[in-house]
Design a protein around this ligand. Sequence first.
Ligand code: FEO
Length: 170
Amino acid sequence: MLDAKVSELLNNQINKEFYSAYFYLDMSNYYEEQGLSGFANWFKIQAQEERDHAMLFMTYLQNNGGKVTFDTIDAPNKEYKEFIEPLKETLNHERYVTSLIHTIYDAAYSVKDFRTMQFLDWFVKEQGEEEKNADDIIKKFTLFGSDAKGLYSLDTEMGARVYVAPTLAI
Ligand code: FEO
């Protein structure tokens, strides 16, 4: 049986991951409205990954005797004034998600829940990649985004992102 605190945190993470999907879909919609369909594509795929993360937490909880309880998913409700804003928000958000994963890991560690720690290992690594991806895009945008041709090239590059299913098997 899962420890009550670990179970609660895992359940809470399902909501956080679905919120992340909302958050990134909202950004995708923003870029679509601005005519940057490549950026919109990148964030739509990002949202799909977040839904995958939510499903992984849900399945793990169910497979280990935990109860899944859905809570309200907050509205993203962001108004963006500059193209770079969602990119910066993404990095901040991923850092926040990293802290959530670490909190669950810490709770699992404190009760010697090795199975949950092993499950979370994938997410610890994934968060490193998420933060790096966000940071890389900010750097590229800062270098090239203020020039029309540079922005067009970046949009084309973002448009080439394809969905890859998570490698984690539960
Ligand atoms: Fe589910 Fe972007 O972390």
